[in-house]
Design a protein around this ligand. Structure first.
Ligand SMILES: [Fe+2]
Length: 310
């Protein structure tokens, strides 16, 4: 008997899989580990339903895909969680947090579409997200596969973007994001985001290829993060911005998106080297507490901007 069952995601057949029936006891089985690794590589996004064991299972599962790491923005802070590899993703009306007005709604804990680490040269390989306290309303996490985005990209845009690179910088205020859709208004910025701009790791811009091949499969990834993008390297002008704007408009197509509606007992694993994610936010009176692991890794194609001496 197979150690787990898989089925397609609800409302998204281009990528992703749902895994059911996985017992925490079978996580150490080499064949199960190999099967899960292959599934992650092929599908990009894996939803584990009704999986037992909480934090312990989350950390042990993460170890299949790579070494769990401490999130770079948490280094040097006094943020503590139950396990050193777990980062908190929290919105609690009693505590400090980001609040934005978006489409006439006030939302806490919203995050625009992005891949993690665009503003540094080394991109983590992914993570596993698990809910601790779910809100009564809202709180979905969006995912978007950029292999599927490349597959749907018209030929004339493929030719224009392939071979170019995108320049990124840390931008804590989403209303000032240059690409993608911006919130109407910043209501409140969290201390973590405010102090993030002073973090030593974000003082020099980062550059990543706009298109690259997934190691092991050769499939092309349209590797563009709307949040943090400043422009195209060597084309930070009207023509370059128009091209990047057109690419991002293509990437943010609803047919490429999947919005995960969280249930207790869920864990969601994604591949940060090929997927964007976003947080839809919650009404500001709701509490949403998530725990994530970060899977260490480096795809080896990012670099820092070199500023020529005057
Ligand atoms: Fe993220």
């Amino acid at each position: 008997m197979a150690a787990f069952d898989t089925e397609p995601l609800d409302e998204q057949r281009r990528y992703g899989a749902i895994v059911t029936g996985l017992s925490p006891g079978s996580i150490d089985d080499p064949q199960v580990r190999k099967a899960l690794l292959t599934l992650w590589m092929e599908k990009g996004l894996v939803v584990f339903r009704d999986i037992a064991g909480g934090i312990d299972t989350q950390v042990r599962l993460s170890e299949i895909f790579g070494e769990p790491e401490v999130h770079p923005m948490m280094e040097g802070t006094d943020i503590k969680t139950e396990h050193r590899a777990l980062a908190p993703i929290e919105f609690d009306p009693e505590k400090d947090g980001n609040i934005y007005e978006i489409g006439g709604k006030v939302l806490g804990g919203y995050l625009p579409w992005h891949f993690d680490g665009a503003y540094v040269e080394r991109i983590n390989h992914g993570g596993i997200l698990r809910p601790d306290i779910l809100p009564g309303r809202g709180g979905e996490t969006g995912f978007l596969d950029q292999i599927a985005a490349w597959d749907l990209l018209p030929e004339q845009l493929r030719e224009r973007i392939d071979g170019l690179s995108v320049v990124y910088s840390y931008q804590p205020d989403f209303t000032r994001a240059k690409f993608g859709s911006q919130p109407d208004r910043l209501v409140k910025m969290s201390e973590l985001f405010r102090t993030g701009s002073a973090h030593p790791s974000v003082q020099v811009r980062a550059i990543h290829p706009a298109v690259y091949e997934q190691p092991g499969t050769g499939r092309k990834v349209l590797h563009v993060s709307p949040w943090f993008a400043d422009g195209i390297e060597g084309m930070e002008n009207e023509a370059g911005d128009a091209l990047l704007g057109e690419i991002i408009e293509h990437v943010l197509k609803p047919e490429l998106m999947y919005f995960h509606q969280w249930q207790a007992g869920d864990m969601v694993l994604w591949d940060n080297w090929r997927m964007l994610h976003c947080a839809c936010g919650v009404p500001p009176e709701e509490t949403r507490i998530m725990r994530r692991t970060t899977i260490v890794g480096d795809y080896g194609l990012g670099r820092r901007e070199v500023i020529a001496a005057a």
